[in-house]
Design a protein. Structure first.
Length: 158
């Protein structure tokens, strides 16, 4: 039968291509860290921050709790950097409205620190919204250490 072999060849190429795409997707998914976010169930800005992370390629797991301060105490979030939600990723804490670009840099560079924080709720930071975004700093923190990590205006590094 003429052409029969070429049909099998096309089909096998198609199946091999589909398998390759699936395998690549599995590798990317395996390499993307899950960010576990602890937040109050009634907090809209926290939900906005989770959406910001997801829109920037992060996988999130949200744990809603009405006792967020107990979570912060259990995880060891210092009071001077505490904000409205607390997240965990690859052994780091991420406190408050930290932009995805700063989280990505933290997880790539892996500095010796406890985590990142954006104290307070700066206007224009991810999840906060607002017409006139503020300039704010993302703080790298650890035991006895606080230092600027990145500066942002809204979601954009400056």
């Amino acid at each position: 039968m003429p052409g029969y072999g070429s049909l099998l060849t096309r089909r096998s190429v198609l199946l091999a291509s589909a398998g390759s795409v699936l395998y690549s997707f599995q590798l990317v998914a395996a390499e993307t860290p899950v960010i576990t976010v602890h937040k109050d169930p009634d907090c809209g800005c926290c939900a906005g921050w989770v959406q910001h992370l997801e829109e920037n390629g992060f996988v999130t797991k949200v744990i809603e709790t009405a006792t967020i301060n107990r979570v912060k105490a259990r995880l060891g979030v210092p009071n001077d950097v505490a904000a409205c939600h607390t997240a965990e990723a690859e052994g780091y804490l991420i406190e408050g409205h930290v932009p995805a670009a700063a989280v990505r840099r933290l997880l790539t560079e892996k500095p010796s620190a406890q985590g990142l924080a954006v104290p307070g709720m700066p206007v224009g930071s991810p999840g906060m919204g607002g017409d006139a975004p503020e300039v704010y700093e993302v703080i790298l923190f650890g035991p006895g250490m606080r230092q600027p990590f990145m500066r942002f205006k809204g979601e954009q590094p400056v």
